[in-house]
Design a protein around this ligand. Structure first.
Ligand code: 3PG
Length: 321
């Protein structure tokens, strides 16, 4: 079975939604998928929440359905019967967590204190909700907690806006960011499905946060690379930084490779908030990665890679900011 959390990690964004009118459930789920976010957390906060889950399950089979606001084993059973694949709880409630663990039902309980996190780890749960994220210290608190709790990945929610995505999603300890900002209540009430799909696209752009890092030029050897660096520096005095390894730099703008490296002429380097999610983003579009180029950081997360193809004679290098 696929790890149901995979889609969460790869997308990095969880629309958390209280669907008031079940008539809106299916068009809303379709709008999220159209915008590139194929998952939805439907909170169990009104009498028709289960009906909304059920409708989405029947009409939008490609979406990963998460039931939120799970506060009892009864709610787990109902959500499961309606079609939810993952449970999210606003607290660490022992009985519910144990029931899910014993039954093999994926659950993301909320844990914000070290004691709660340890309780979850003792149950072998490593993906945890962090709510209310903003009031509990935001990404700074998550970074602190990730020190002792190396294996935990958090899903912060509560008080987060679209513009907070780059900060949260550049933290490796964040599995995904959740919130109502992806599909705001007023857009749902006025049935502005295209506008919601646009917000999803913008959220994905912000989460990846691609920007130009540098241009890399290939040279036959180090002497040739330094000649090119000096020539560039005469025109654009950014400073030559002679490297002892595979390259030297002109400021941070141009990397002069000491050997004919990837790409006919060289490479274009792009920075991203998360190389892990960037890889998933390319793969979901059928764009292949050079597996032999993947570099990992000390915690085992991807820090950089090259795409397989080149454009305009340049290989494409992607690296975490
Ligand atoms: C949740 O249950 O995670 C929150 O209600 C979402 O919080 P938000 O509305 O502040 O995004």
């Amino acid at each position: 079975m696929d790890n149901p959390f995979d889609i969460l990690y790869k997308t990095g964004i969880v629309p958390v939604i209280n669907i008031e009118d079940p008539e809106n459930a299916v068009p809303l789920a379709k709008a999220l998928c159209a915008g590139g976010i194929s998952l939805i957390e439907v909170t169990l906060r009104n009498d028709s929440s289960l009906e909304s889950i059920e409708r989405i399950r029947r009409a939008v089979p490609g979406i990963t359905l998460i039931a939120g606001t799970i506060q009892s084993t009864g709610a787990v059973k109902e959500a499961l019967a309606a079609g939810a694949a993952v449970m999210v709880a606003p607290a660490y409630q022992k009985e519910t967590v144990e029931y899910c663990a014993e039954s093999g039902i994926p659950i993301i309980p909320c844990c914000v204190t070290p004691t709660e996190i340890q309780q979850a780890l003792d149950m072998d749960l490593k993906t945890l909700k962090f709510f209310p994220a903003k009031r509990c210290g935001g990404v700074a608190a998550i970074r602190d907690l990730a020190g002792p709790f190396r294996d935990v990945r958090f899903v912060p929610t509560g008080g987060i806006g679209m513009n907070d995505l780059p900060e949260y999603l550049s933290c490796d300890a964040v599995a995904a960011v959740g919130g109502s900002f992806v599909a705001k209540a007023d857009l749902i009430a006025s049935r502005r499905w295209d506008a919601i799909a646009d917000v999803c696209r913008r959220c994905i752009e912000l989460s990846l946060g691609f920007e130009l890092a540098h241009i890399g030029l290939n040279a036959a050897n180090k002497a040739e690379a330094l000649d090119a660096a000096e020539a560039l520096n005469e025109r654009f005095p950014l400073g030559v930084r002679e490297g002892s390894g595979k390259s030297s730099f002109l400021g941070t703008a141009v990397e002069l490779m000491h050997t004919p490296y990837f790409g006919t002429h060289g490479h274009i380097g792009f920075r991203t908030n998360s190389a892990e999610r960037a890889k998933a983003h390319f793969e979901s579009r059928g764009i292949e990665i050079r597996e032999d180029s993947i570099q990992y950081n000390a915690k085992g997360f991807i820090k950089s890679f090259y795409l397989k193809d080149e454009i305009g004679g340049f290989a494409l290098h992607v690296m975490k900011k």
